[in-house]
Ligand binder design. Sequence first.
Ligand code: A4P
Ligand code: MG
Length: 160
Amino acid sequence: MRWPPISSAWSNTSRSRCEITAGGRETVYIALGSNLGDRTEHLRTAVADLAGLPGSAVIAASRIEETPPLGGLDQPRYLNQMVLLETSMEPRELLRACQLIERKAGRVRAERWGSRPLDLDIVRYGRRQVCEPDLVIPHPQLPHRDFWLREIAELQPYES
Ligand code: A4P
Ligand code: MG
């Protein structure tokens, strides 16, 4: 698939998407979603938690946008956001860390695509492709989620 143009705000830097950066770090897109509780606070805390992961830094973030729930379930609207993380964590290690951050936000896994205080999806991990029962990268929903593509196009440099 073709990627949307990189945001001009950080295309001037030496970084480009999906490259392996200095120190063996990779650039990773992580999608955040929340439709239960204090949605803004869940996203804010999650970005801070991602920034605090070992060997990791949040480089860019999109604005937060409200989206109608996908999946045909009767549930509240979502707040969604995309972040670009630079990390030396391996994909599976990063998945485990994301699941811990979800749990900290009070996430209990119930029905698929059900309401949740926090959902973290690894959308892309460098150029890596992973196809395992519990981890698929790039995320299979990427081509179907307009708001993810829009948020990737709108990434702005992140300052904590
Ligand atoms: N898993 C596999 N690949 C990945 C990956 N790349 N990133 C596995 C993260 N997890 C991955 O996920 C189920 C399993 O997917 C995990 O155990 C992990 O090993 P989950 O988060 O427990 O369940 P889920 O989120 O309900 O399912 P899934 O398939 O991840 O759905 P999505 O794509 O996360 O969609 N509507 C709006 N407007 N905005 C949303 O953000 N999100 C969903 C959930 C539904 N509707 C939405 C939104
Ligand atoms: Mg998910």
